[in-house]
Design a binder for this molecule. Structure first.
Ligand SMILES: [Zn+2]
Length: 264
């Protein structure tokens, strides 16, 4: 069917089949590689409503964010521990020796990973679309203000240099990218040769995805635009140039995740 969008892994719509219709959005499944993806991407503005919205919660967040610090979060200790686990694992993957390491967290949310990496002596950079989310982090670590970007990765990338980062993480972020191939190419560009990228994303090959089909919690068409498996992400990232690809145990199970570790 000519009208269907092409799978980004197989670069064709030849194997695209209707998968699930959720909130009037059509998910396709590529029967060749298993990628589940939104057929028709809405305009960026429409997609962003799903993130910032105009709910009472987000209005409240905007009001209190300027006065908050990280330690004021209700579940501060739990989030700190979770971040320390991710950062300890990530730092152990770094093979480049030498100076202070540059670390980028894409989709850094409240900045707990950044705080944990700072504690370990890394020079940190973060990208978070929702400015209120990251504001308490900046209040806590004002020295990093100029290294936190509240914009899409493709825009923030213009302020970054090639071969800049020893470590890049994207925890629950790959599935949100509107132009996932371009963004992975961008990540490759800003990564140092020998640097490490660690991505956690929902796993279409997991048992829950099969069993729950259209009820699977990771199917949120306004936010999750491409859902990968460990195998098809390997094909795509190797085509871009990444090497030493391997799958690791997820940091958080959620709806069924996998973690991919790769190098340049
Ligand atoms: Zn495919």
């Amino acid at each position: 069917m000519a009208s269907r969008r092409a799978c980004v892994v197989c670069e064709t719509n030849q194997y695209a089949e209707d998968y699930c219709n959720i909130d009037n959005q059509n998910y396709l499944c590529c029967s060749h590689c298993g990628l589940i993806y939104v057929d028709e991407l809405l305009k960026t503005k429409e997609l962003y409503k799903a993130y910032s919205g105009n709910s009472i919660k987000s209005v409240r967040r905007k009001l209190v964010a300027p006065f908050r610090k990280l330690k004021h979060y209700k579940n501060f200790t739990l989030q700190k521990q979770r971040a320390e686990q991710i950062i300890n694992f990530s730092i152990n993957q770094i093979k480049i020796s030498g100076d202070r390491k540059n670390y980028l967290d894409i989709g850094c949310n409240r900045g707990f990973n950044l705080a944990a990496a700072h504690e370990q002596g890394l020079n940190i950079y973060g990208i978070e679309l929702v400015p209120e989310l990251i504001r308490p982090f900046i209040n806590t670590y004002p020295q990093y203000k100029s290294q936190i970007f509240s914009e899409r990765f493709e825009d923030a990338k213009l302020r970054l240099n090639a071969d800049m980062f020893d470590l890049i993480t994207g925890i629950d972020v790959l599935e949100h990218f509107e132009n996932v191939v371009k963004d992975l190419q961008g990540i490759y560009e800003v990564l140092k040769p020998g640097g490490i990228v660690i991505l956690q994303t929902p796993d279409v090959a997991c048992e829950r995805a099969h069993k729950e089909e259209c009820q699977w919690g990771a199917l949120k068409p306004l936010e999750h635009l491409n859902l990968f498996s460990g195998a098809n992400l390997e094909i795509l990232t190797k085509r871009i140039g990444f090497t030493d690809y391997r799958i690791e145990k997820e940091f958080e199970e959620a709806d069924g995740n996998f973690v991919a570790v790769m190098s340049k």
